[in-house]
Design a protein around this ligand. Structure first.
Ligand code: ATP
Ligand code: MG
Length: 440
């Protein structure tokens, strides 16, 4: 992408309304724009990061055996009357009437709808296990939307729903998702700690929140320091292996971790003092096993091997991609701007032409730009006639992992400079060597 052709409305000043660093940086870099309270547009730079986050989520959901579909945002109130949640949900639910005066709602979650899909098609235990997910907008009329897309009213959620014949099978489904979540967050450069959690209006009794430690987090959390060293399940992990999945779950729940709602002071105090971690955290994912809470009232039953009908055991599993993007920034930034982990960076490299209009600079940059693209890379080429200082500041602000700096002095010797955004390390290389480094 040529910067002169891109749409990236960088703000010069720090926006006053932003209280935390991720919100400030997302506004300053033109990643998002608030359209009304708690409702955001994702501008091109933000959209690119969001797509990368979603791609990682998808890959790991699919790896764990979940299957993607897409359900609508608007739902009929009838389904929610069946489960009994239409009245329970309260003011967070946005209720709408269509032109026939039929009550509708903007879905805050999809347990009812997925249960309806399931009961319409699946009748036998032979079609289980099944785990269906989608990545779709949700709406919750939060009392206090704040911190940009960290807590918005309209937000994206990956929500998966598992269906099994027995509780035992459902626990295996839960463990699979648990392992998939560990991999998902780790691939984004985050260390998420699973913590025993309250189940809230979703109900049920087996639940973990995945929490990123950050000073600006809204949750108060307590855990053992050991989590920092636990191994993340490898790419070739066998998700079908029941005992293997259980052992990952057992390991990651073997030491104390809880949010303030579930905090057990005595258990925490039993940890040696130097190993106690009491911190603030951001909830980026939440998984639940809730048995037959929805399948029973909504008649989602399958025929078991005994020939009888059984309500299915279900779980639901959420991740908030539009919250993850600011969470990653909270975890990875410095005084000059964002420092994206490569896996979610909006571009692979920024190519800075220090003297646009100079034939030698333009020519070398064009060659580099084309070669990077031909090698399947996604570079941002700063071909504008801004001052070099402005270009450096912008490149640092948007946090792309590598910068290639091409100026007349270096190019007189056939050389460019590479700068690593994270470490600040600089290296002078020939154009060819720089290319090899970036492509290799
Ligand atoms: P919170 O406690 O932060 O209000 P929740 O427990 O109500 O969240 P869940 O129902 O568990 O949320 O939703 C699953 C995931 O969706 C959360 O872990 C979070 O990542 C994301 N999420 C929930 N509410 C919001 C929101 N208002 N804005 C952005 N993401 C959200
Ligand atoms: Mg939650």
């Amino acid at each position: 992408m040529r910067l002169s052709r891109f749409f990236m409305p960088i703000l010069k000043e720090n926006p006053k309304e932003a209280e935390i660093v991720s919100h400030r940086l997302m506004l300053r870099t033109g990643m998002i724009r608030q359209q009304s309270q708690g409702i955001y547009s994702w501008l091109p730079l933000g959209k690119k990061v969001l797509d990368k986050v979603n791609a990682i989520i998808r890959e790991e959901q699919n790896r764990s055996g979940a299957i993607e579909l897409l359900m609508p945002t608007l739902q009929s109130a009838e389904l929610w009357q069946e489960s009994g949640r239409y009245d329970d949900y309260g003011k967070e639910m946005l209720r709408i009437k269509d032109r026939q005066e039929r009550p509708m709602l903007y879905g805050p979650t999809n347990e009812e709808m997925i249960t309806d899909i399931f009961r319409s098609y699946v009748k036998s235990y032979k079609n289980l296990p099944l785990n269906l997910y989608h990545i779709q907008l949700k709406f919750r009329d939060e009392i206090r939307p704040r911190f940009g897309t960290m807590r918005s009213r309209e937000f994206l959620m990956k929500d998966a729903y598992s269906f099994d014949l027995t509780k035992e099978d459902a626990i295996h489904a839960y463990n699979r998702m648990f392992a998939a979540y560990l991999r998902t967050f780790s691939r984004m450069g985050l260390r998420a700690i699973p913590m025993r959690a309250d189940t809230g209006p979703i109900g049920g009794n087996h639940s973990h929140e995945f929490i990123i430690l950050a000073d600006t987090g809204e949750s108060e959390v307590f855990c053992h320091r050991d989590f920092v060293n636990f191994d993340i399940p490898a790419e070739d992990t066998n998700f079908e292996d029941v005992a293997g999945m259980q052992s990952i779950f057992d390991k990651w729940t073997s030491v104390y971790a809880a949010t303030s709602e579930m905090h057990d002071e005595a258990a925490f105090d039993a940890i040696p003092e130097g190993e106690r971690l009491s911190a603030r955290g951001i909830e980026v994912g939440h998984i639940f096993y809730f048995g037959t809470k929805y399948s029973e009232p909504m008649g989602a039953k399958v025929q078991g091997p005994d020939g009888k009908e059984h309500p299915v055991h279900m779980g639901s599993y959420g991740i908030g991609p539009t919250r993850l993007v600011p969470a990653i920034i909270e975890a990875s930034h410095d005084e000059n701007g964002i420092v994206w982990p490569a896996a979610v960076a909006p571009f692979d490299a920024v190519l800075i032409n220090m003297k646009a209009g100079d034939a030698v600079c333009d020519d070398a940059c064009e060659r580099l730009y084309t070669a990077l693209r031909n090698a399947g890379k996604d570079p941002l080429y700063d071909d504008t006639d801004d001052r070099a200082g402005t270009k450096f500041a912008t490149a640092d602000l948007i946090g792309v992992p590598m910068q290639v700096i091409a100026g007349p002095r270096g190019l007189a010797n056939g050389e460019v400079e590479l700068k690593d955004r994270k470490t600040g390390a600089r290296e002078t290389l020939t154009v060819e060597a720089a290319l090899n480094r970036l492509v290799g």
